[in-house]
Design a protein around this ligand. Structure first.
Ligand code: C6P
Length: 416
């Protein structure tokens, strides 16, 4: 395991108490906390380097540009991209997926063409395709999940056919934690000439990724789920795809020449970054990536797998708790969704908060999956590098507290 005590020292927010208890932050799939290295990078940028980028020739402009492009190069190395020009900064993973749906989808998907999705997708990887389907008369097909929370690979294989233009699937479910076999799905997609978009919002922060081996054509993820600031996302795509795609947004910084009758576009990746970008947060995101590299993504993964194994084992012993998703921690990232017989997920989260334990409750922006699981909502604990076994124990104590408040005896339902 990582040296959690040392890691925690880097996260000032964790030094506080909530309701008189140590803050136990287990809502990392929603957003992670930020180490002081990231916070200090923001302050340092505004105190020493603030200027607009790519435009000025004065010292500050050059410094800001160098730091912004330096962050891009670091992100590109982190994911094994062919070069920094394959990394487009967006506001978040959601915008990265919308960019593909708009720029690539509008140009290359036609009436009757098909997009294959899965029922375990976040709404960010569903709604942009629904909008595209409506614009273009395309057809969406959904692969289901097995009762133990895996992707139904036979179904996805059956659904991919000659009309499939794109398969869009998550690397890791934000509800079940399930890790999907992305390379296998890529092979299926490519066998019929379709492309694969991978939603890496949960996978990239916790599993790491090497796009040179992943088999994906597009990858979307968010900085704020990987110790970085809010307001920054990434679209990675193979260079020739980005070159073939028209721009998504028009404006400053994305053009080569503007004439009354029309314009030509800047080189990659600037073609897709219209207007002044989120300079400070991109630079601070570079620090977040450096922080993860310092820990080592293999260590991050091992740490979170061990925590997940412990959580699965401990939750199984709390009366009335039912965990969703694969039984083995090796097949899942650090996300554990569960239901309690004694209480509604929102009540579970409210009582947990009284113990200082932050978990999420709700549909987790995955209503199709909730319907497939047959529940309206779940409670969810999700882990990061600063979580340790003591946090799992705090969660278990909170859930035992839920049973005491709502349950009769062993967590039998007192409230419906
Ligand atoms: N999931 C959660 O609590 P944005 O909001 O663009 O940064 O990320 C969207 C997104 C896309 N895909 C997956 C798999 C995700 O988990 C998320 C964000 C958060 O589960 C907020 S709903």
């Amino acid at each position: 395991m990582l040296d959690v005590g040392r890691v925690r020292e880097d996260f000032p927010i964790l030094r506080q108490e909530v309701h008189g208890r140590r803050l136990v932050y287990l809502d990392n799939a929603a957003t992670t906390q930020k180490p002081r290295q990231v916070i200090e990078a923001l302050v340092r940028y505004y105190e020493t380097s603030n200027a607009n980028i790519h435009r000025g020739i004065h010292t500050l402009a050059a410094r800001a540009t160098e730091q912004y492009e330096g962050a891009r190069a670091r992100v590109a190395r982190f994911i094994g991209a062919g070069g920094p020009d394959e990394v487009v900064f967006t506001r978040n993973a959601t915008e990265a997926i919308n960019l593909v749906a708009r720029a690539w989808g509008d140009a290359f998907v036609g009436e009757g063409d098909e997009v294959v999705l899965t029922l375990m997708e976040h709404h960010s990887n569903i709604v942009p395709w629904q909008l595209l389907a409506r614009r273009k008369g395309a057809v969406l097909r959904y692969a289901g999940v097995t009762p133990d929370g895996r992707l139904d690979l036979d179904e996805i294989r059956r659904l991919i056919g000659p009309r499939t233009r794109l398969v869009a699937a998550t690397q890791m479910s934000n509800v079940l934690g399930t890790i999907n076999p992305v390379s296998d799905i890529a092979e299926m997609a490519h066998s019929t000439g379709a492309l694969l978009l991978v939603d890496g919002a949960q996978g990239v922060p916790h599993l790491g990724v090497d796009v040179s081996r992943l088999g994906a054509d597009f990858l979307a993820f968010s900085a704020h789920k990987m110790l970085g600031p809010t307001g920054v996302g990434v679209l990675w795509a193979r260079r020739e795809l980005l070159e073939a795609m028209p721009p998504f947004l028009g404006g400053g910084d994305m053009i080569a020449v503007v004439r009354p009758e029309g314009s030509t576009w800047a080189e990659l990746p600037h073609k897709f970054e219209a207007g002044t970008p989120n300079i400070a947060d991109v630079i601070a995101f570079g620090e977040a990536v450096a922080y993860l590299e310092g820990l080592g993504m293999a260590n991050v993964r091992r740490h979170e797998e061990e925590l997940t194994a412990l959580a699965l084992e401990r939750l199984a012993r709390v009366p009335g708790v039912r965990v969703f998703g694969p039984a083995s921690a090796a097949e899942r990232g650090g996300v554990v969704s569960f239901a309690m017989e004694s209480a509604h997920p929102h009540d579970v989260a409210t009582i947990a908060d009284g113990y200082g334990v932050a978990i999420r409750a709700g549909h987790h922006c995955a209503q199709l999956l909730m319907r497939a699981l047959g529940v309206p909502a779940t409670s969810r604990a999700s882990f990061s590098v600063y979580n340790g076994p003591d946090d799992i124990e705090a969660l278990v104590e909170a859930l035992e507290g839920v049973n005491r408040v709502f349950g009769e005896g062993h967590g039998r339902a007192a409230v419906r």
